[in-house]
Structure formats: structure tokens, C-alpha cells
Design a protein around this ligand. Structure first.
Ligand SMILES: [Zn+2]
Length: 543
């Protein structure tokens, strides 16, 4: 929860990049592009869209007149921002004449312009976090509808910042909940309110209006507060993904690992498909390095638009080093955006069912990605994948034991957490699998069938996984990555790997130290690359 707090309060740097798209270490051979490759690149967007938000407070304070609007325009042009969202409500309304003036001015200047609403501090207060509302309450619902009727009159697209949830346990909510769990009640309530008080009125006022639900980055908590990513994604016109991981050592934001942004974007875009519009991150507690890592993750995950929250923050002098670093990274980000669109995405399928409970393994996917295991996030059981990662989340799937047995029989390889192994050990469907025992060390076992099973001890804090000796990590990683992606990596933890199509590899060093990385996809020098990655840098390698 704390991880979203500063969003609201917000009113109140050249890389040693190897900027070329192809590593030029001499060990990596630049080969002629094949036809398939060229077709994929032609189909890719040649340009990423950068956007920002004028919060309602920004509109009232920083867009008061033409000089203000010109100043903001110059800033946007400097950063390459070609789309702006102009917010009508965030606990208070922006003045209508300022909204209209800004909308018309930026449209005339050739920028794309959309609206935005942040559903905080209106109606009846939640018994939980005081910015949040009680959505059972009729007055809250009426005010919500009023905000969207007002906004849809002005804009053809409305972004909703990630406060469209509730943690209220008032008597009114308890009575309405009846015998249901809070999870069931809130999922039903927020869908109903979204349909009746947001979508229907917005579409009625302006039939062209598209409404975007932006999901926060706290994916393992969605179900508790009413974010139903299957039902809401089906209901809304578009979705957006919070990729605001911030500083990985900042406890107040949950010490989010950088890979989380990639994981959540890929997972939600697997649910949203073409409805998925982009990623969104901010500046809080960020060094220039970790700020720009959010951009790398957003772009590698396939986002066509990078939303920089918000104008008031990013234009602040203190944040100039962040923006300078972003500008220096933009040529590489454009190239990575093309690479990221190449299909198929290869790697180890990572199964998080919709509304699944972490059961003590909160956000473990992020740590697995940080180990250099390229994940292919999915909300469906990956029955056809060559390798899969399974955690406690998978228990949401009642048929998991039977599906996993069939998967291993077919020759699929699985890497599972020790907690899940313990849970599955007594399942009749898996009684022939010898490896399902608690382990203190990563354990590789062959199953009676074709597939290999790896049990990975997982005890919080999961940063302890980064203590695995590199040899051990290589062994675990290669057991699942080689069959799935045709590549082996020798690298320390905190170096992530991404595999796109048949030829494109990307490696990223999230650590504060340089990392020696060896990639191997064939025999001899032709089939490998050796790279030293500077701290917090990304490199593309073509095999
Ligand atoms: Zn309530």
C-alpha cells in the first residue's frame, strides 16, 4: 500500500551502454539480417511514445496561462514527449477553463492529448487508508459518476490512476458483503461500480471515449482490494501497467526488485492483449540508474508507450539527472523496443493464475527473473511449454497436480519452489515423482518420465537466492533455460536474460558492480559471447 502513497503527494543520467544494437566485442558476430528478422523489424514500431501527466494539481498550479503551457511544451519536446494526459480530478477538480485551454493548446501543437482521473479523497472515506473511498456507499458512487461524466465531456480517452480499489470494512460494507469473503465482495463491488458508475456514464456522455484502467505494480495483492484483472480487463476499453519499481533497496516501497516491472507487464499484457497500452513509472527514491532501469524493463516487456509520472515531478530541477540519463538511453530504448516485439518470446513459462494467492511467496517471480532465468509470464497453465516455473501461486489451479504430472510425462521441465514441492508431495497424481521433497539446496532430479524437475529452496527474504554460488546458479538455470531457449548463461545473480525469436538475446546487469557474462548457444567461438556488463547497463547480443 505504501508503494502508492507518494503518487498523490507528488503535487507537493550517458551510460556505458554499448549503444550499438549489436555487441562489438569481437566474439559476437554481426550476421546479415534474415528475411524473417527483417519482416519482424518492419512490423515493429519504429518509435516509442513517451508521455506524461499533468495532475489536477499541476493543471491548477503549473498550467495557469499561456507562458506556463509554453514552458511545459518546451520541456516535453526536450524529453521527446509526444502525448500528454491532462487530469481533471485528484482529490480536487482542475479548473475547467484550464483543462480546456491546455487540451486545445497541446492538440494544436501536434501532441496527442488524453484525460486522467485519480479516484482519491472523495465520497465516504474508507475505514482503511484515508485517501481511499468506501465504494459500497451511495454518495461515493454518485460522486464517482459525476467525476467521469465531467471528464468524458472533455476527453476521448481517460486514464484512471491506480487508486481504483478499496480496503473499507465499515458496517455498510460488512452488511453488503454478507457471507462472502472480502476478496469476493471487493472483486464484485469494484467491477460493478466500474461498469455502472464509470464505463456506462462515460460512454453515454461521449461514445468515442475510451477508458483505461491502470493497474498498480503490487500484483500479488490485487485480489484483496478489488482489482480483478480478468473481469476488469474485459470490462474496460484499455489497460495500463504500473512498472514503478523504484529503488530496490527502499523498504517503504516494498524493496521491489527491478525485474518486477518486466514480469507484471508481460503477465498483464498476456491477459489484456491488444488492450494493453503501455507502462507507467515515477521518480520516487530513484537514482538515475534505477529510474532508467524502469524504462528498460517497460520497453523490454513490450510496452509501446512509456508514461512518465508526472510533469510536476519530472520537470523539477532535482530530477534533472534522471531525465538526462533517460535522454541518453533513448536511442538504445528505441532499438530494444524493436527487439522486444520479435516473437516468440522464449524462456521459462511462469504461471500466476488470476487472483492467485502468494501464500508466503510474495512477488517471488521478480527474484527468479533476477537470477537470469528468462520468464514468460502466463495466467494459464503452460501445458505446452518446454520449461515452467511454479510457485505457491499455482495452487489457485485446483487441477495443478494432474496437470503437472501430465506436463512432466510429456517431457516438460519444471522448476518449483520447495514450499510447493512440500505441498505436492502427498498428491496421488505425483506419487511417482521422487524429487518432491523439501530441500535445503537446489535439487535436480530426473522424473520417471521425460521431464526434469528442479526444486528451489525458497525462504524469505528471497534476496537470499542471490547468495547461491554462481556454479550452482548456472546449473539450476541451464537445466530449464537451455531446453526452453537454446542458450546457456554463465553469470552472477542480478543479471537478467531475455530471449526474443531465434536470434536476439538481451542481458541486463542490475547490480552495482560490473558482471562478467558468458552466453553459449552453439559450439566453438561462433556459438558464444563473452561480455563484461557495466553496472546498471543493458546489452543486446545477436546469435
Ligand atoms: Zn465501507
Amino acid at each position: 500500500m505504501a508503494s502508492t502513497r507518494r503518487h498523490f503527494l507528488s503535487g507537493a543520467a550517458g551510460l556505458a551502454l554499448g549503444l550499438g544494437a549489436i555487441a562489438t566485442d569481437g566474439l559476437v558476430e554481426a550476421k546479415e539480417e534474415g528475411t524473417a528478422m527483417r519482416r519482424a523489424m518492419d512490423g515493429a514500431r519504429d518509435r516509442l511514445v513517451y508521455s506524461t501527466l499533468f495532475t489536477a494539481q499541476n493543471v491548477n498550479a503549473l498550467l495557469k496561462d499561456d507562458a506556463d503551457r509554453q514552458r511545459a511544451l518546451a520541456f516535453c519536446r526536450d524529453i521527446g514527449i509526444s502525448k500528454v494526459y491532462i487530469e481533471s480530478f485528484r482529490g480536487e477538480y482542475a479548473r475547467e477553463e484550464l483543462l480546456v485551454a491546455a487540451r486545445d493548446f497541446y492538440r494544436k501543437q501536434g501532441l496527442a492529448v488524453s484525460g486522467c482521473v485519480t479516484t482519491v479523497s472523495f465520497g465516504k472515506k474508507s475505514t482503511g487508508w484515508n485517501l481511499i473511498s468506501c465504494y459500497t456507499n451511495g454518495d461515493t458512487q454518485a460522486k464517482l459518476e459525476e467525476i467521469f461524466r465531467f471528464t468524458a465531456r472533455l476527453f476521448d480517452e481517460i486514464m484512471i490512476d491506480d487508486f481504483l480499489f478499496t480496503d473499507c470494512e465499515c458496517e455498510e460494507c460488512q452488511a453488503a458483503r454478507g457471507g462472502r469473503s472480502w476478496e469476493e465482495y471487493r472483486l464484485a463491488l469494484m467491477l460493478d461500480v466500474s461498469e455502472k458508475r464509470i464505463l456506462e456514464p462515460s460512454h453515454q456522455v461521449n461514445p468515442r471515449c475510451k477508458v483505461i484502467i491502470k493497474y498498480p505494480q503490487w500484483y500479488d495483492n490485487f485480489h484483496n482490494r478489488g482489482y480483478g484483472v480478468d473481469t476488469e480487463t474485459a470490462a474496460f476499453d484499455r489497460i495500463w501497467v504500473g512498472t514503478e519499481t523504484r529503488n530496490p533497496t527502499a523498504e517503504r516501497w516494498g524493496a521491489k526488485q527491478q525485474y518486477e516491472a518486466y514480469f507484471i507487464y508481460r503477465w498483464l499484457s498476456g491477459i489484456g492483449g491488444p488492450k494493453t497500452g503501455g507502462g507507467w513509472f515515477d521518480t520516487y527514491d530513484c537514482s538515475p540508474e534505477v529510474y532508467v532501469e524502469q524504462a528498460y524493463q517497460t520497453v523490454l516487456a513490450g510496452a509501446p508507450e512509456v508514461f512518465l509520472f508526472n510533469y510536476g515531478d519530472i520537470s523539477r530541477e532535482a530530477n534533472r539527472p534522471l531525465m538526462d540519463r533517460l535522454k541518453a538511453a533513448q536511442p538504445q530504448l528505441a532499438k530494444l523496443a524493436q527487439v522486444a516485439s520479435i516473437k516468440p518470446l522464449r524462456g521459462v513459462a511462469a504461471y500466476k493464475p488470476v487472483n492467485s494467492h502468494p501464500d508466503g511467496e510474495d512477488y517471488i517471480f521478480d527474484y527468479i527473473g533476477m537470477l537470469g532465468i528468462p520468464l514468460v509470464p502466463t495466467h494459464r497453465f503452460p501445458g505446452q511449454a518446454k520449461s515452467a516455473f511454479l510457485s505457491m501461486h499455482a495452487l489457485k489451479d485446483r487441477e495443478l497436480p494432474v496437470k503437472l504430472a501430465a506436463y512432466l510425462k510429456r517431457g516438460g521441465n519444471a522448476i518449483i519452489t520447495s514450499n510447493l514441492a512440500k505441498r505436492l508431495a502427498s498428491e496421488p497424481a505425483l506419487s511417482d515423482v521422487p524429487g518432491l521433497a523439501a530441500a535445503d539446496q537446489p535439487t535436480l532430479s530426473s522424473t520417471p518420465w521425460a521431464g526434469t524437475l528442479v526444486v528451489l529452496p525458497a525462504k524469505p527474504p528471497f534476496t537470499s537466492l542471490y547468495q547461491l554460488p554462481q556454479e550452482e546458479l548456472n546449473r539450476v538455470r541451464n537445466a530449464v533455460v537451455l531446453p526452453a531457449a537454446g542458450v546457456q548463461m554463465n553469470a552472477p545473480p542480478r543479471v537478467a536474460l531475455y530471449v526474443f525469436g531465434n536470434r536476439e538475446l538481451v542481458v541486463e546487469n542490475f547490480a552495482d558492480e560490473p558482471a562478467d557474462v558468458e552466453l553459449r548457444w552453439g559450439s566453438g567461438e561462433q556459438g558464444r559471447a563473452r561480455i563484461t556488463l557495466a553496472p546498471h547497463t543493458v546489452r543486446q547480443v545477436r546469435r
